[in-house]
Design a binder for this molecule. Structure first.
Ligand code: NI
Length: 165
């Protein structure tokens, strides 16, 4: 495994729509391993392939319930709504409120191409929605309805919801 460089919001690569993964080979496994290592090192809860410069539909998420790898993910059902503060590893020092569904059903493939379907809610659903936006070239700062002063967040910095994705 190796750490990859996380690109910042000024990089055009974050503004492009990602292509489906079509080949489930060792290279994909290495990418996913590297993404997980990079996410953990940065103390993030999610990372999408374009954040390491790869325009393919692959994300990793770990909100404390174990590592989840999603390849070619799609939200097939969404229910309810929640509004909370988000951050992004590609947007250091920026925080803002984003409305997301409370519950989602995601269909995806694993690193071997096997189809999986998951029902996720609350913070886990938020994290996955944030990562899927990256695959469309969309950042949370585009859809935040209110930005937050980082100083105000400092006292709450241990809150799980304010960890970056
Ligand atoms: Ni992000």
């Amino acid at each position: 495994m190796a750490l990859r460089k996380i690109v910042l919001k000024t990089d055009d690569v974050l503004r492009k729509k990602c292509k489906n993964v079509e080949i489930f080979d060792e290279k994909l496994g290495i990418l996913l391993d590297d993404m997980a290592e990079t996410m953990y090192k940065a103390n993030g809860v999610g990372l999408a392939a374009p954040q390491v410069g790869i325009l393919r539909r692959a994300v990793v998420v770990d909100t404390g319930e174990g590592l989840l790898e999603l390849v070619n993910p799609e939200i097939i059902k969404a229910k309810g709504s929640q509004r909370d503060v988000e951050g992004c590893l590609s947007c250091p020092e920026e925080w803002g409120y984003v409305v997301r569904p409370m519950e989602i059903v995601v269909k995806a493939q694993d690193r071997h191409g096997k189809f999986i379907q998951l029902k996720l809610k609350e913070f886990f659903a938020r994290a996955v929605c944030h990562e899927l936006d990256h695959l469309e070239g969309r950042l949370f700062i585009d859809i935040a309805d209110e930005m937050v002063d980082p100083a105000e967040l400092e006292q709450e910095s241990n809150k799980k919801t304010t960890r970056k994705k």
